[in-house]
Structure formats: structure tokens, C-alpha cells
Design a protein. Structure first.
Lengths: 265, 345
């Protein structure tokens, strides 16, 4: 049970505070979701013109948004293809390096996580233009991978720290080839992390805006398309996208927490 | 490298090293270098060159006029010679105008206009303010989630925090756009009470105030402060709090001497992430101002690239932002006595 660090009065204040904070987090999202069902062509909850599913149909017929969805998935798959091998390699090297040289390499490899997203987008845009590649889906993949690979690496590093290295050494002593050891021991041990890292990479890529908007040039992903729509005025179609995101996230987060079980103390 | 080869064999070790090198070079260092290089040169689009060319064309047409009026072949030849000279001069000048020579220097940085510099400073100050406010708001939240609730409540709270955190940043901003818009939720509610008259455009223009960006910014990035703090606080042994309490420490003292010192790495990470995200945010200002206002530095950077098409200036702006963010990270690391390894957990 919880530690009674404070008096009953203090607990009450804290609980009210948390309640208000959660309300602050959810109220805007609720407003946004509700407006998706309002049959008024300006997204609003204060001017209610009746319940409708019309905007869901409008979204299903919106070619640009659907193409954006396809592009987002393509970019995300590209990011997975680049960042999982990169993150894995970086983590494998770091676990074998000494403390001193390791720290320098580590700093370089995690630096993209601490760099503002727009800078990653800009530097990729400039770099690839040197090779005649203009901004587009490819440059977006490269820009996003630079920091998503770091996230993947951190996941792999955490897993590798719990690895029992004697297993690999024993296999080598018993005459297994290096490739065999890697394929039969190291990779299976890392497989669950590969999956987690791929999911994280997909979500990070799909959601990304600040890096992508600089790297995407004339093409678009779902998220950049939504952003450029908002410039020209609000439409309940965007609210429908919002509802879908909210529902998917709610399901995924609940599932994740339930699967993970009670947090350990 | 040696131990890598011993563990995985030479071919695999080479492959692993190669992929990592590619990652470092192609995705991180060389693009960064390309951006810095781009910020250090410019091409002078000299107005006087265009003027000289115009003047030469004038001369040429005058000479042609004279030449056509002339009948003496010797004088005609002299005119032709003058014409050829002028035309050669035009050709060199035009080549120079089309492809002005690169000049290296720091002018892209020093040339920043007073207005842009003001926006730069204001962006950093706002980002600092967002960070400080997020820290104050989130500390109690992190404390309750990590230390002052039973397992069941902690799980529910975690879900309540993860869901808005995981929802796309654009949609979170959009929700606030809906709330603060001319016909938005607040104006709508005020309209019910007759405070504002929506039919006659008598709404309150919240969006035209820079603090609208600030409000949405806090909402969008506040949770990046919570999770790092929760992560570090969860590792604190609750018995330590118990012991401090038994030894007669007050609540304030327990926080100051036991909990906050333990939370230091989390606080540092939270501050770094929140500052970096808000200082470099393009989504929040772009959406809240509908691409109209130029209140945030990232918008200026975007415009240099996609509207003025001045990549050199844009790179210089981006490098300035990067320098500030790096300085902030170093200061926080020094201040909280944490290393990079503590940060990226």
C-alpha cells in the first residue's frame, strides 16, 4: 500500500490536483472527439446541429488523406528497415566497448534524440540535395531514422545488459561457428526487443511532424497533410481522424498496461 | 572491435561496425556538417551587376543604331569591334550574375535582422518558461503516480497519462485551436451568456494573442516532463521516506532532502526534453497561427527554406537554435550533476 507521507488533508488536495490535471489533459480531446459527430460543417460543440456520421464518410472519400495514410505507412516501414539494423549494431558495439571510448560513441549515437526535430529535417534535406535527391518520402525516412535508430539502440542496450554472455562463450567452446552463435543465441534473445523496437519506430515515425515537414518537400504524409489543411480552416473531417486516433490509443494503452501487469515496486 | 570480433567472428563484426559507421556518417554527422557548411557561405546577388548589364545593353543598342546609320566600311568595322567588346563584357557579367561566387564567413549569423533576433530571444524565453511551468505542474503528479498511490491507482493514472501523451501532437494542438478559435468553445460559451456576439463577429480573438501559442505549447509538451520523473521516482525505496518520517522530518524536508535529490536525473531529462521540444517546435505555432503569424523562431526557419528560398540564412538560423539547445543540455547536466548515460534511459 501507499506510504502515508502526508496528512489526510494533504492527500485530499493532492487527489483533487491530480483529478484536475487529468481533466485538463482529457477535456480538449473530448471536445475534439465530440465535434466529429456534429452535423455542422464547422467543428464545434457549442453550436450543436444534431448527431451525424457524415464526416466519417467524408474521410473515407478523401483521396489526399488516404494517400497520406499510405505514404505514412511507407515511410514508417522504411524507418523500421533502416533504424532496427542501425540501432542493433550500435547497441552490440557499445556493449563490447570499454567505458572510455564507449562514452564518446554513446554520446554521438544518442545525440539525435536530444536534437530539435526541425534540425534533423533540415540537415537531411541539405545533405541529400548534394546528391540530387529533393525533399520527399525518401529524405523523410532518412531524417526520421537518424533519431528513431537511437531509440531502438536504447531499447537493445537495455536488453543486452541483461544478457548472460557465458551462453555465447559456451557455444563457441563447443565448436559452434560465430554466425551460428549469433543466429541461434544472440538473435533469439533479442527477438522480443526487435518487435518492441519496430512498434516504437512505427509509432514514432507515423506521429512525426516537426522533422517530416522539413524533409518531405512536395509530398505529404497523413500528419503533414492534416497540418496543411488546418491552415485553410477547420473541418470536422480532421476531428474524425482525431476520434480514430483517440480510440486506437485508448485501446493500445490499456492493452499495453494490462499486458505489462502491475508496475513493480 | 577486438572483443566484437571474438564474440561474433570477423565477418559479422565488420558488418556490425559498417552499419554503425554508416548510421553515424550518413544519418548524423555529415548531414549536420552539411548544414553547418551551408550556414557559413552565401552568394552575393549584387544589384550593381544587374545594373551594369542593363547599361551595357543600352550601349549596345546605341552602337548598333550608329553602325546601321554609318556607310563608311572603315567606321563600320570600328563599330563592330566596339560591339564585340561590349558583348563579351555582357557575357562575363551575366555568367557572374547567374552564378555569383561563394563567400565564406559568419555574415548569415550577424545579418539576422533586429526583429528576427527579438523573436529568437523571445522563443528561448518562452521555451524556458514552458519548461519551468511544466516542472512545477508535473512534480506533484509524478510524485503521486510513482510514490503516493497503490498499485491499482498507479496503473489507472499511468493509462490516463499515456493516452494523451501518445495521441498525435498535431491533434492535441488542434483541440486547443478548436477551443480558442473565433467560433471556438470559449467564445461559444461566452455567446450563450451574451458576453460576446458571434453573429456580428464580436468574438474575442484569443488566437491573435501570442499566449495562445504558449498555452497550446504547455498542453502539448507537459507530459514529456512527467514520464522521466515518474521513471526515476519509481526506483526510490519507499522505506527511505518512511525512515525520514520516523526520524521526525517534516513533509517539506522529506521532499527537499530525500525525494527531489533522488529525482534529479529525471528532472534533468524532463527539462531537457521539454525545452528542446518547445524551443524547436514548428507544429504548435504553425497551427495556432494558421501559418500567419511569425511568433516562433521555427517559423522563421521554415520560411527561409520554403518561402524566401534562402537556405544559407535558414541554416544559420537552425545552427543558432542547435547551439542554444546544446548549451541548455550542458548547463542542465552540470547543474544536476548527471551524465549522458543517466539522461538517455
Amino acid at each position: 500500500m501507499s506510504t502515508a507521507t502526508e496528512s489526510a488533508g494533504a492527500r485530499l488536495v493532492l487527489n483533487i490536483y491530480i483529478g484536475l490535471f487529468v481533466l485538463y489533459l482529457f477535456l480538449p480531446l473530448a471536445v475534439m472527439s465530440a465535434a466529429a459527430f456534429n452535423s455542422y460543417d464547422y467543428p464545434s460543440v457549442t453550436q450543436w446541429r444534431g448527431f451525424t456520421l457524415h464526416w466519417f464518410v467524408a474521410l473515407a472519400n478523401d483521396q489526399r488523406l488516404l494517400q497520406g495514410l499510405v505514404n505514412s505507412v511507407l515511410v514508417a516501414l522504411g524507418v523500421i528497415a533502416v533504424s532496427i539494423p542501425a540501432g542493433l549494431s550500435g547497441a552490440l558495439i557499445l556493449t563490447r566497448l570499454g567505458q572510455r571510448s564507449g562514452t564518446f560513441l554513446y554520446s554521438v549515437l544518442v545525440s539525435p534524440v536530444l536534437t530539435p526535430g526541425i534540425i534533423l529535417g533540415i540537415s537531411s534535406l541539405i545533405f541529400w540535395r548534394e546528391f540530387g535527391v529533393p525533399g520527399g518520402l525518401f529524405v523523410a525516412v532518412m531524417a526520421q531514422s537518424s533519431f528513431i535508430a537511437s531509440y531502438a539502440m536504447l531499447l537493445f542496450l537495455a536488453r543486452l545488459q541483461r544478457q548472460d554472455r557465458t551462453l555465447e562463450e559456451a557455444a563457441l567452446d563447443l565448436g559452434a561457428s560465430h554466425t551460428m552463435v549469433f543466429r541461434r543465441i544472440t538473435l533469439p534473445f533479442l527477438a522480443p526487443t526487435c518487435f518492441t523496437a519496430a512498434v516504437v519506430a512505427f509509432l514514432q515515425s507515423f506521429e512525426n511532424y516537426n522533422t517530416t515537414v522539413f524533409a518531405i518537400g512536395g509530398e505529404w504524409t497523413l500528419v503533414t497533410e492534416i497540418a496543411s489543411r488546418l491552415r485553410f480552416g477547420l473541418s470536422p473531417v480532421i476531428n474524425v481522424v482525431g476520434v480514430i486516433f483517440v480510440v486506437l490509443t485508448l485501446v493500445a494503452a490499456t492493452g499495453y498496461v494490462l499486458l505489462k501487469g502491475k508496475p513493480k515496486r | 572491435m577486438g572483443s566484437l570480433a571474438r564474440a561474433y567472428g570477423r565477418p559479422l563484426a565488420t558488418l556490425i561496425t559498417g552499419i554503425t559507421l554508416l548510421w553515424i556518417l550518413v544519418l548524423i554527422l555529415v548531414p549536420l556538417g552539411a548544414m553547418v557548411e551551408q550556414s557559413l557561405w552565401w552568394r552575393d546577388s549584387k544589384g550593381d551587376v544587374s545594373l551594369a548589364i542593363d547599361r551595357l545593353y543600352n550601349d549596345i543598342s546605341l552602337i548598333e543604331l550608329d553602325r546601321n546609320a554609318e556607310t563608311d566600311p572603315a567606321k563600320q568595322a570600328a563599330f563592330d569591334k566596339a560591339l564585340a567588346e561590349k558583348q563579351a563584357e555582357v557575357a562575363t557579367l551575366e555568367a557572374e550574375e547567374k552564378n555569383p561566387p561563394k563567400t565564406y564567413g559568419f555574415a548569415n549569423f550577424t545579418r539576422m535582422s533586429a526583429l528576427h533576433f527579438y523573436i529568437f530571444v523571445r522563443t528561448i524565453l518562452y521555451a524556458l518558461l514552458v519548461t519551468a511551468l511544466a516542472l512545477v505542474v508535473c512534480y506533484p503528479v509524478a510524485y503521486v503516480v510513482a510514490l503516493a498511490s497503490g498499485p491499482r491507482k498507479a496503473v489507472i493514472l499511468m493509462v490516463a497519462l499515456i493516452v494523451p501523451y501518445a495521441i498525435n501532437e498535431l491533434l492535441r494542438v488542434y483541440a486547443w485551436l478548436m477551443i480558442l478559435d473565433y467560433r471556438g468553445v470559449i467564445n461559444g460559451i461566452l455567446g450563450w451568456f451574451g458576453v460576446v456576439d458571434l453573429d456580428n463577429r464580436g468574438w474575442i480573438p484569443f488566437l491573435e494573442n501570442p499566449s495562445a501559442v504558449f498555452l497550446a505549447m504547455i498542453y502539448t509538451y507537459v507530459l514529456f516532463m512527467v514520464f522521466p520523473m515518474v521513471n526515476t521516482l519509481e526506483t526510490l525505496d519507499r522505506n527511505q521516506i518512511e525512515a525520514a518520517r520516523d526520524l521526525g522530518a517534516s513533509t517539506a524536508r522529506i521532499h527537499r532532502r530525500v525525494i527531489i535529490p533522488h529525482a534529479k536525473p529525471g528532472i534533468a531529462v524532463g527539462c531537457i526534453m521539454t525545452f528542446m521540444l518547445s524551443a524547436g517546435s514548428y507544429s504548435v505555432p504553425a497551427i495556432m497561427t494558421r501559418g500567419q503569424g511569425g511568433d516562433w523562431f521555427s517559423q522563421l526557419v521554415y520560411r527561409q527554406f520554403y518561402e524566401s528560398n534562402n537556405w544559407n540564412m535558414g541554416s544559420a538560423y537552425a545552427v543558432s537554435l542547435l547551439v542554444v539547445c546544446t548549451a541548455f543540455i550542458l548547463i542542465m547536466m552540470r547543474l544536476f550533476g548527471v551524465g549522458l548515460r543517466d539522461i538517455a534511459k
